[in-house]
Design a protein around this ligand. Structure first.
Ligand code: ADP
Length: 585
């Protein structure tokens, strides 16, 4: 350990001298309390250290111990169902040690050292393995089999393999490499958080990650391995949408990073998440979730660490061949932490005081998402989808954090408080949102959902855009002044909004819609539009009269048909023509 002396303390930034030999991003323990920090700048023998715990009471002359290694996370059984702080300390454990108000300088390993996991090997002595190969598994929770992999950088012949119950740091296998060197393999591996975990190849995302939310899956889909950004003005339904995504997304593992402003925001997360149920199994969602949340007494700098800790854990599950969804809320708070530290380092400020490297940092975070061919001899694939929430001051989307995020992510779900006030949920604006995956996913939708689905989506978007254009005229002279065609279009647009896009997260059935159901619902709405267009072009019937037909009510009730009753929607589609032509009394 390299030890130096503190010469300056400025909030979370500590300067220590006598640190020659220390490297960038090395972990340094500062003061007698051994507060954890990371070197973020070096000048001569001075190290500038970003400290992840409150620095009060620290002063010049206090010791600083350089460890010579970077900030790492422990990866292995015990991650799931855990709540960690930004530096992977299990919150329940540190709370036991120090009470509700977590004291400083507490060092607790990320993974439990008192719990034995039953390891079942899938290789035998004499087998040749390469890094990333799965050598066995542990049933970590009833929902997830944790694959134990050969750590990156190690390949060779298995010379010993165990079976039974072990603690994460016990040796469960030995591998002899081509130089004759023996490597002890444990269930746990460590990885530096700032270095993306290796993979063989990155592919273009080509499959959607369905979420059961109609506005997302049909209109603005995210791909497995894709990236999305969602702003969340207060009261816009951000929490509900995040819970819906965590519950219903086609992801085996959910990693949630809470970089909250206030401590109580995080408390909400800590209370709410454990109450969520995995809808597929009825078990607690935590059984396939890892939660990372900064505690209120940690300085803002710790948000930096939590972002990296979270994404590294997510990559590790991706490496097992799973599909992982990571949610970070909010990346704006992370950027603010960067701004604060950059200010203290007296760096040249960029836009709005953010450091010039803001855009690079944001981009390299989202670049860790993707669909990859994992390391290992088999050809397994893993995906990591990243959904970042942004919370610009005053909801201003020209904010540098939002802008640098939008430059890299492919999906924007424009959550708006205005829509939430008018009780349109999810409050995702259909005119300003976008998904750059829609075209990439076209062939998937056409092949796996229906050949006409993609065109139907474009048609629906066109109707909604036209509605927005007509809005002004309607406001000035009323809809009566419009042509019958345009009145019908407005009726259809209303139906798309209310009967399709609007989705009640709290309704037992409506909370989730399979893509098949989404297709049928949209099909019914557009089919009715076509039939009505035909009628008004040939007959002396007005849209107002057509609107009296009970068929519209049936369309409005489609969302309440369960997944086993999709035949009802199919029947409705077949009968639309007859129904709408029935004389109305
Ligand atoms: P935020 O986190 O943005 O402040 P919430 O997610 O807590 O807002 O949502 C505020 C309220 O809006 C919720 O309590 C709920 O009543 C309503 N709401 C949000 N989304 C939905 C939804 N998809 N379906 C039904 N109600 C919703």
């Amino acid at each position: 350990m390299k030890s130096g002396r503190v010469v300056k303390v400025s909030g979370p930034l500590v300067v220590a001298e006598g640190m020659l030999g220390t490297k960038m991003y090395d972990v340094v323990y500062v003061g007698e309390m051994k507060l954890l920090g990371e070197v973020i700048e070096l000048k001569g023998d001075k190290a500038f250290i970003q400290v992840y715990e409150d620095t009060h009471g620290l002063g010049p002359g206090d010791p600083a111990f350089g460890t010579g290694y970077p900030l790492m996370v422990e990866l292995g059984p015990g991650l799931l169902e855990s709540f960690f702080d930004g530096i992977q300390r299990p919150l329940d454990k540190i709370r036991i040690l120090s009470g509700d108000f977590i004291s400083r300088g507490i060092h607790v390993p990320g993974l439990p050292r008192d719990k034995k996991w039953t390891f079942v090997p899938c290789v035998k002595v004499g087998d040749e393995v390469v890094d990333g190969d799965i050598i066995g598994e542990v049933e970590e929770t009833t929902l997830v089999k944790h694959k134990i992999m050969v750590p990156p950088g190690i390949s060779g012949i298995i010379t010993d393999i165990k079976e039974g119950a072990f603690i994460v740091d016990e040796t469960i296998a030995k591998i002899k490499d081509s130089n004759g060197e023996q490597h002890d393999i444990q269930m746990m591996q460590k990885w530096p958080v700032r270095v993306p975990r290796p993979y063989k190849e990155k592919y273009l995302p080509e499959e959607p990650m369905f979420t059961g939310q109609r506005v997302i899956d049909s209109f603005f889909p995210i791909a497995k391995g894709g990236t999305a950004c969602v702003p969340g003005p207060f009261g816009s339904g951000k929490t509900v949408i995040q819970h819906q995504l965590a519950k219903w997304s086609e992801a085996k593992i959910v990693v949630y990073i809470g970089c909250g402003e206030r401590g109580n925001e995080m408390t909400d997360v800590l209370i709410e998440f454990p109450e969520l149920k995995d809808p597929y199994s009825g078990e607690p969602l935590m059984k396939r979730t890892v939660l990372i949340a900064n505690t209120s007494n940690m300085p803002v700098a710790a948000r930096e660490a939590s972002i990296y800790t979270g994404i590294t854990i997510a990559e590790y599950f991706r490496d097992m061949g799973y599909s992982v969804a990571l949610m970070a809320d909010s990346t704006s708070r992370w950027a603010e932490a960067m701004r604060e530290i950059s200010g203290r380092l007296e760096e040249m400020p960029g836009e709005e005081g953010y450091p010039a490297y803001l855009a690079t940092r944001v981009a390299s975070f989202y670049e860790r998402a993707g669909r990859v061919k994992c390391l290992s001899g088999d050809d397994r694939e893993g995906t990591l989808s990243v959904i970042g929430a942004v919370s610009p001051p005053g909801g201003d989307l020209s904010d540098p954090v939002v802008q640098s995020t939008l430059r890299v992510v492919k999906v924007f779900w424009s959550l708006e408080d205005k829509l939430a006030f008018s009780r349109h949920f999810p409050a995702i604006n259909w005119l300003t949102s976008y998904s750059l995956y829609r075209d990439d996913l076209r062939s998937y939708y056409e092949k796996n959902v229906a050949p006409d689905f993609y065109d139907m989506i474009l048609e629906s978007m066109r109707i909604l855009e036209k509605e927005a254009e007509l809005e002004e005229i309607v406001r000035l002279v009323g809809s009566e002044a419009l042509s019958q065609e345009d009145q019908l279009l407005l009726e259809t647009a209303r139906s798309i909004r209310e009967d399709f896009l609007h989705q009640n997260a709290f309704h037992e059935v409506d909370t989730f819609a399979s893509i098949k159901k989404q297709y049928l619902m949209l099909k019914a709405i557009l089919r009715l539009y076509d039939i009505c267009k035909d009628i008004i072009s040939k007959e002396e019937v007005t849209v107002k009269e057509l609107r009296k037909s009970p068929v519209w009510e049936k369309i409005a009730r489609m969302k309440y048909f369960g997944e086993q009753e999709l035949g009802e929607i199919e029947r409705l589609i077949k009968e639309l023509d007859n129904e709408i032509r029935q004389p109305i009394n």
